[in-house]
Design a protein around this ligand. Sequence first.
Ligand code: NAP
Length: 293
Amino acid sequence: MLILDGKLVAAAVKETLKAETDILLKNGKRAPQLAAILVGSNGASETYVASKVKNCEEIGFTSLLVRFDETIDEASVLQKIAELNADDSVDGILVQLPLPKQISEQKVIEAIDPRKDVDGFHPSSAGKLVQGLPSFIPATPYGIMMMLEFFKLETKGKHAVVIGRSNIVGRPMSILLSSNIPYGNCTVTICHSHTPNLKEICLQADILVAALGRPEFVKADMVKSGAIVIDVGITRVADETAKKGFRIKGDVDYNEVAPKTSAITPVPGGVGLMTIAGLLKNTLQAYKTNTGI
Ligand code: NAP
């Protein structure tokens, strides 16, 4: 059984991005810049944004963190996005989700200039992805594709089952795996909360992607022997014995599932790190397109 180590793959991706950035700087160009908007002080969101900013710095990108109070109104967030859209020094814009109730996530997503949509959530990016046109790929599925490529896990002709159909993970993942691209060409089944016989469908999977947000939902009796299992789930589960008072759990019961698989991502240390790699790659892509370099 191969452990799909996100740390290893993310480090390799970041090394390449850093080398490209070093060359840009050496040639007197400005660094790629990512702007992140964080509303409120949700613990998980704080951690994700801090990690994104830190990763930018590590590879020589600059970053701009815009913080708003939890009670901020929608118009102010949209106004800030408009400013960032107009700012030529900003290549990529991300708004950390979830947002407080008074702000429409959809409006915010659609307000971002598609040329700066490094999260790949804009309908324009999603539409291009569906049609197989060059676009920003949502960072998590993008990171998973990089992982499949890094470990040369053949996917052609395999049956992939994706649990979850969100716009940020499940749906784009299913599109990529079914596309006629390297590490695609799977026959894909996409499952959701109304799927009957989920266990039977999962048992048919050569590649199982769990992205439902239910800690340790996937048990050994749902996994075919020798399957590749990609665990996207990240849930904070309260645990008084842990230093921070919680532990991060994936959607897969790793201890019982791992021995049955041919390859599996751990949580933490798997897909989460690849998501940041995907975001950084998209940011460099945005920089190149927007500056013409
Ligand atoms: P989401 O928007 O809540 O979507 C969850 C999906 O799972 C929905 O399509 C839902 O079905 C389906 N689902 C829920 N319960 C189910 C069940 N019992 N059986 C079958 N399907 C079920 O979540 P998300 O944003 O895609 O995130 C999923 C998980 O990935 C979360 O734990 C999240 O924290 C994590 N995540 C991790 C990363 C990373 O970097 N590793 C990035 C993003 C998200 P319906 O559509 O029918 O409701």
